[in-house]
Design a protein around this ligand. Structure first.
Ligand code: IFM
Length: 445
């Protein structure tokens, strides 16, 4: 166990939920098994675009090792686990005939979680769009709202007897800004970006309605990636670029979903794509705000790029994680406060974590003291936000396991558990022991 002190959590509610998060494509593997259809990420990986030409074909092999992984969660003592359903595993063509073997996998996972007294938090979409739907235009196609509603109905009907916590989307601003399918790493023209944003918002609203109508006691939200967008310099153009990106990154989804209006600076661009009543269809009552937070983003102006921005340099001397993301717990506190003030919903932090290049030492142990320091500082920032009145109700670490980190493949590790990708052996890191101690201490206080 780590000897690093535990954070001060005295301002967090007694029923505060401690959890871990993952996503389907990043951990499951078994991409060609049991009737799963292809996703846009399978195709993107096939193109060799990922670091080291990594693919999701095996990933952490969670599809076969889910029991062992639930065992890890049980050892951690977490009360909740956020995972996502791979849409092409349950609907290989994206709509139409369901794949019984794919549904049965999630049945097994959910049952295993419940037997371990871990509450399943099911996210419907963490970026692995069925390739068959991408070929029909993906989120650019106005029919995508109906595709997503049908898929949601299938998941609700099958799992809603045992799952009550549902998230519609994970980080819609990220997969729309950086590629309407993410895999492409581009988001088309500005016009296409605006249409995509609107369709995803409509799909969210439709899914909330489906869940409400079909799952008794459902607790529903959407998970937003929210980071301060800061100018990389003191010059005015950079400040304007940062303010513009901030609207797309942070407000384009929660504003219409939770406040019933697009941010003013986007309205002229979005309105041509809206039909009467769309905002009411998007702004359906949700139960919580899912927040994924890592670190501030530094922005510089680039008049030649879409939306007029590029990523700029971080402030000289800023503390960084091994993957060069700024460590800034104060930004986390401010983000929690701004979400609370702007949306007034209970907040669940559904991702926060530390990317690194951990490797076992000669004894086989993985000492990730940097991650422990990071988590401690961020949890204390959350505690400070709670002490000033922010209604934060849960904290989920990204991630249970090292996993497929999108374009970085397996080179970057976010897990509390090290995965040896050659043998698929799991090795709990020192942060795993530290988080276990924290949860234990909370339960005994
Ligand atoms: O791994 C990702 C996750 O899929 C979405 N949020 C950020 C994480 C770390 O980059």
């Amino acid at each position: 166990m780590s000897t690093t002190k535990l954070p001060n959590t005295t301002s967090l509610r007694p029923d505060f939920i401690w959890g871990v998060s993952t996503s389907s494509f990043q951990i499951e593997g078994a991409t060609r098994e049991d009737g799963r259809g292809l996703s846009i990420w399978d195709i993107h990986c096939q193109s060799g675009a990922i670091k080291n030409r990594d693919t999701g074909d095996v990933a952490c092999d969670h599809y076969h090792r889910y029991r062992e992984d639930v065992g890890l969660m049980k050892a951690l003592g977490v009360q909740a686990y956020r995972f996502s359903v791979a849409w092409p595993r349950v609907l290989p063509q994206g709509w139409g005939s369901a794949n019984e073997a794919g549904l049965a996998f999630y049945d097994r996972l959910i049952d295993e979680l419940l037997a371990a007294e871990i509450e399943p938090w099911l996210c419907l979409y963490h970026w692995d769009l069925p390739q068959a739907l991408e070929e029909r235009g993906g989120w650019l196609n106005p029919e995508s709202t109906a595709w997503f509603a049908d898929y949601t109905a299938l998941a609700a009907k099958r799992f809603g007897d045992r799952v009550k916590r549902f998230a519609t989307f994970n980080e819609p601003s990220i997969f729309t800004l950086f590629g309407r399918s993410l895999g492409k790493r581009d988001c088309g023209s500005e016009d296409e970006l605006h249409r995509t944003i609107h369709h995803v918002n409509l799909a969210h609203g439709a899914a909330v309605d489906v869940l409400r109508a079909s799952v008794a006691g459902a607790s529903i939200g959407c998970i937003h990636n929210r980071q301060p967008c800061r100018p990389a310099s003191g010059n005015e153009a950079d400040a304007a670029a940062a303010a513009r990106l901030d609207v797309y990154w942070n407000d384009a989804f929660p504003d219409p979903q939770c406040r019933g209006a697009y941010p003013p600076s986007m309205r002229t661009a979005i309105e041509p794509h809206m039909k009467a009543g769309d905002l009411a269809r998007i702004c359906r009552p949700v139960d919580w705000f899912g927040l994924n937070h890592y670190s501030p983003v530094y922005v510089k102006a680039n008049a030649d790029s879409m939306l007029g921005y590029d990523f700029g340099d971080k402030p000289a001397g800023a503390p960084l994680t091994p993957i060069d993301w700024p460590i800034d717990p104060e930004a986390f506190r401010q983000t929690l406060e701004s979400v609370h003030a702007r949306y007034g919903l209970p907040i669940y932090v559904l991702e926060n974590g530390y990317g690194s290049f951990d490797e076992p030492d000669q004894t086989g142990a993985v000492n990730d003291s940097g991650r422990i320091e990071f988590l401690k500082a961020y949890i204390e920032a959350m505690n400070a936000a709670a002490s000033s009145g922010v209604d934060v109700r849960g904290y989920f670490i990204w991630s249970l396991l090292d996993n497929f980190e999108w374009d970085s493949g397996y080179s970057t590790r976010f897990g509390l558990t090290y995965v040896d990708y050659a043998s698929l052996r799991r090795i709990p890191k020192s942060s795993f022991g530290w988080y276990t101690e924290l949860i234990k201490a909370r339960h005994s206080s």
